[in-house]
Design a protein around this ligand. Structure first.
Ligand SMILES: C[S@@+](CC[C@H](N)C(=O)[O-])C[C@H]1O[C@@H](n2cnc3c(N)ncnc32)[C@H](O)[C@@H]1O
Length: 197
């Protein structure tokens, strides 16, 4: 599925809005029961609703995305909040692999980027490679344009989690228009918190 990410960000930023809202995923704050600090990779960070929350929680964040204006927006939000020293951004297409050494990160967050990854098995292998042993992977996704049920999403996720032990699973919905609006019961989505074995 071709998604014109740059155009989406240009459209929303022209109205001084974010396409995904500013509300972080509710699963992000739950991570504090597993990890107190460390280095996080936020894959497909967008304009940073989750990266900002992770910075506020005391993590050092490496945020990567294919759209420079989304990264620029994240940097300016972080600067306004005095959080920029713990933020590193990188313009990168994850289809080319993850440009980091083995066992670099304590936590990897993928919030709704997985949906758009073509070679999912290879991608999860890369996530596992850059996570340290015992590191945490938070994966959240839906399927588009053909909507999958919670059960189908769960089955799909477990198929790809080779080399991980799943600690927690979540099922939820979000609205058609916005992944951060979890009050509307429209699009089924799931999340997994897994530990790298
Ligand atoms: C649905 S948005 C989610 C943004 C953010 N994770 C959030 O939850 O607010 C998906 C993001 O993944 C990025 N993305 C899509 N394909 C990518 C790729 N191949 N490499 C890096 N980022 C990608 C898009 O630019 C977009 O910012």
């Amino acid at each position: 599925m071709l998604v014109r990410w740059k155009e989406i960000y240009e459209y929303y930023h022209a109205m001084d809005q974010s396409p995904w809202g500013d509300e972080p995923s509710p699963r992000i704050s739950s991570l504090s029961s597993l990890l107190k600090d460390g280095l996080v990779l936020d894959i497909g960070c967008g304009d940073g609703r989750n990266s900002i929350k992770l910075l506020q929680m005391g993590f050092t964040v490496c945020a990567i995305d294919v759209v420079e204006i989304a990264l620029a927006k994240l940097r300016s939000k972080a600067k306004r909040m005095g959080l920029e020293n713990a933020l590193h951004t990188l313009l990168h297409d994850v289809h080319l692999g993850l440009p980091f050494r083995d066992s670099t990160f304590d936590l990897v967050v993928d919030s709704f980027t997985f949906t758009f990854i073509k070679e999912k098995e290879r991608y999860v292998g890369e996530v596992r490679r850059v996570l340290r042993k015992g590191g945490i992977f938070l994966l959240e996704f839906n399927m588009q344009p053909h909507i999958l049920s919670h059960e189908e999403l769960m089955e799909m996720a477990f198929r790809y989690m080779q080399g991980f032990k799943v600690l927690r699973t979540y099922t939820f919905y979000h609205s058609w228009g916005c992944i951060s609006n979890e009050r509307a019961r429209e699009v089924p989505a799931i999340a997994l918190m897994a530990v790298r074995s």
